[in-house]
Write a protein that binds this ligand. Structure first.
Ligand SMILES: Nc1ncnc2c1ncn2[C@@H]1O[C@H](COP(=O)(O)OP(=O)(O)OP(=O)(O)O)[C@@H](O)[C@H]1O
Ligand SMILES: [Mg+2]
Length: 465
């Protein structure tokens, strides 16, 4: 956060000061959880469904908040009164980033891999200068301005995931924090229930490159035709990444080791270097190329880039997190979330990691697929069978079409079982797991988290969230 007087702050959010000294200065963080308020900060009171932040306004001031941004007066509390606190937070974030000319904002969108790639890009930019990026998937109308408000005069890079559930959402987020570099990863069927069609999803994701200024840069996935086509929707320059022969930042000679970790030759206009990733799954080639394209634009020399890519690690948990158990079982915890495209990359990684034991997929329900729900699940089951997964544990009756899709593959030699809940899946695993087995755990949010956590017990990583 930068230093602002309450008068400046009120002007930025179109608010009215009540009982507040216009010359008082906010020097600390902006918080909406009163427990996090520190002296010199600003407390934002949201009138939520369960909790009304105004009830905590006095406490926030007692804890040192200079004022409270809210929608109604609280006796004795210096207030910045606004009509809509969320919109005001967005306007405040905009005012702050507009006052930070040294800041480069990097926005990322796509159907799958936003958080992963946000973490990769932030790891690279952190080598170039102070970087602010949100933890996990904090990518909505609240997380976005909240994260941006953590940027200060020393911050050089702000890396933001731009999630969308409808047309206009990304545009709104870009009004709040305009990007200078926009990265579009892919257009799949995630959230298609809300969008209706892939074309509408492409329309919505492309808003990220429409928001670029003329000196901005669009980083587009050359391997995804709907993303590559966004080149015509931007005023900025375009850099294309991927395995396609005409990509500007390209991977050739991709191979995966026995842990599913890709190696490739990174080919750029400046030359070619070998890269060996420590991350699992072929999809990380694509994500790391997107990150490489950003770092290259920001001036990272090619040799440094190759080394930095090799050092990339997992930051946000439950995403292709591979670990070994003392009993000789290897687990791929990709349980954070799921859609048909991310199921496909995870199943391919599982199949590629087969050792002397079996490959086992514990798959849960995929939410928000709307009219594609049954086909989306069937498709995933079919792929699991075609990839030769040995054992398929389907969790929850809602995910039953996964089993149907697998058993419809005539020559599949594996076995499937439909389980009522996660506890039942854990029981089956307990009795069946043998040394050498590789287990993938994946489903939409929380639907397979218990399974992943149960498999983690005894590995020393129980604290992972
Ligand atoms: N480039 C990619 N293409 C396809 N699938 C991917 C890609 N990158 C990651 N995934 C898969 O998507 C899963 C979710 O990744 P991540 O959390 O980064 O996506 P997200 O776009 O941020 O999702 P959300 O919409 O839930 O915020 C990963 O665990 C992995 O299985
Ligand atoms: Mg995310």
């Amino acid at each position: 956060m930068i230093t602002l007087t309450l008068a400046e702050l009120a002007a930025a959010v179109d608010g009215r000061l009540v009982g507040a000294d216009p010359t008082a200065t906010v020097t600390g963080a902006v918080e909406f959880d009163s427990r996090k308020v520190r002296p010199g900060g600003l407390f934002v009171a949201f009138d939520g469904e369960k909790v009304d932040g105004h009830d905590y306004a006095a406490r926030a001031v007692a804890d040192g908040a200079v004022a409270v941004l809210g929608t109604r007066e609280v006796p004795g509390v210096p207030m910045v009164l606004v009509a809509d606190a969320l919109a005001a937070l967005g306007r405040l974030a905009r005012a702050v980033v507009d006052r930070l000319p040294e800041l480069t904002v990097i926005g990322i969108t796509g159907s799958s891999g936003k958080t992963t790639t946000k973490d990769l890009i932030a790891q690279l930019t952190a080598r170039l200068g102070p970087t602010v990026a949100p933890p996990g998937s904090f990518n909505n109308e609240l997380g976005h301005p909240y994260t941006a408000l953590q940027a200060g005069p020393d911050t050089r890079f702000l890396v933001l995931e731009k999630g969308a559930r409808g047309v206009g959402h990304v545009r709104y987020l870009c009004d709040v924090v305009p990007p200078r570099i926009s990265v579009v990863l892919n257009v799949g069927v995630a959230h298609i229930g809300e969008f209706g069609s892939r074309e509408t999803i492409a329309m919505a994701k492309g808003e990220l490159v429409e928001a670029l200024p003329v000196d901005g840069l669009a980083v587009l996935n050359a391997d995804d035709p709907l993303v590559a086509a966004m080149a015509t929707r931007t005023r900025g320059r375009v850099v294309r990444y991927g395995e396609a022969v005409d990509a500007d930042v390209r991977a050739t000679d991709v191979t995966l080791d026995d842990r599913g970790r890709p190696s490739y030759t990174l080919v750029t206009p400046e030359g070619a270097v070998p890269v060996r990733l420590g991350l699992t799954g072929h999809h990380q080639v694509s994500n790391s190329l997107a990150a490489a394209a950003v770092a290259r634009e920001l001036g990272m020399p090619l040799a440094d880039l190759a080394e930095a890519l090799g050092g990339l690690g997992l930051v946000s948990t439950r995403r292709m997190d591979v670990f070994d158990r003392p009993d000789g079982v290897t687990v791929i915890d990709d349980s954070y979330n799921a859609n048909p495209a991310s199921m496909a990359v995870a199943l391919r990684a599982l199949a590629g990691m087969r050792r002397n034991g079996r490959t086992i997929a514990v798959l849960g329900y995929m939410a928000e697929l709307g009219p594609f729900e049954v086909d989306g699940h069937r498709e995933v089951g079919r792929l699991a069978a075609e990839l030769g997964v040995d054992r398929l544990l389907v969790v929850d009756a809602a995910a039953a079409p996964i089993q149907a899709g697998a058993t419809a593959v005539g020559n599949w030699g594996g076995e499937s079982v439909l389980l009522t809940d996660q506890a039942a899946a854990v029981e089956v695993l307990r009795s069946e797991l043998r040394p050498g087995d590789v287990v993938l755990v994946k489903g939409s949010r929380y639907r397979t988290w218990e399974v992943a956590d149960a498999l983690r017990v005894g590995t020393g990583g129980e604290d992972a969230q």
